[in-house]
Design a protein around this ligand. Structure first.
Ligand SMILES: [Fe+2]
Length: 145
């Protein structure tokens, strides 16, 4: 049983974003396994990859919103920024020896569910209408190589 099972309530209907969100959910499940099996090095490794992937995902999403002419892009960017600070703070505490992994998992799951279902769902119609697939694949290459 995975810690967080993906389901259709997390889909915003933009395949490129849905697959990135799925990847984040996978990372969270991998992190859960590493915590359960007490693999300290794995926890550290997955945590860094998760943070890096999430930050890249946010940057990609922000470009997409811009391309889609999304009205509330500024607010959405601010939400990403706040969240990035939060996960970086967890990572620092983890590095300093504090056992924050379980708290982080829990926080991530709640935060991401809300963010996807509320904030990301809100920009989806703009992107579906205005972002071309050519633009998407070009930008994807720029962010994830
Ligand atoms: Fe977002």
């Amino acid at each position: 049983m995975s810690y967080w099972a993906w389901d259709s309530s997390l889909e915003i209907g933009i395949p490129v974003i849905d697959s990135q969100h799925r990847r984040i959910v996978d990372y969270i499940n991998e992190l859960n396994t590493a915590i359960s099996t007490h693999s300290e090095t794995e926890v550290g490794r997955i945590l860094s990859e998760l943070v890096e992937y999430t930050v890249t995902h946010f940057a990609f999403e922000e470009q997409l919103m811009e391309q889609g002419g999304y009205t509330y892009i500024k607010t959405h960017k601010k939400v990403h920024e706040n969240f990035t600070h939060r996960i970086e703070n967890y990572q620092e505490r983890y590095r300093a020896g504090e056992d924050v992994s379980r708290k982080l998992l829990n926080d991530l799951k709640i935060w991401l569910t809300n963010h996807i279902q509320r904030d990301d769902t809100d920009y989806a119609p703009f992107v579906r209408k205005n972002a071309s697939s050519t633009w998407i694949s070009k930008t994807l290459k720029r962010f994830f190589h």
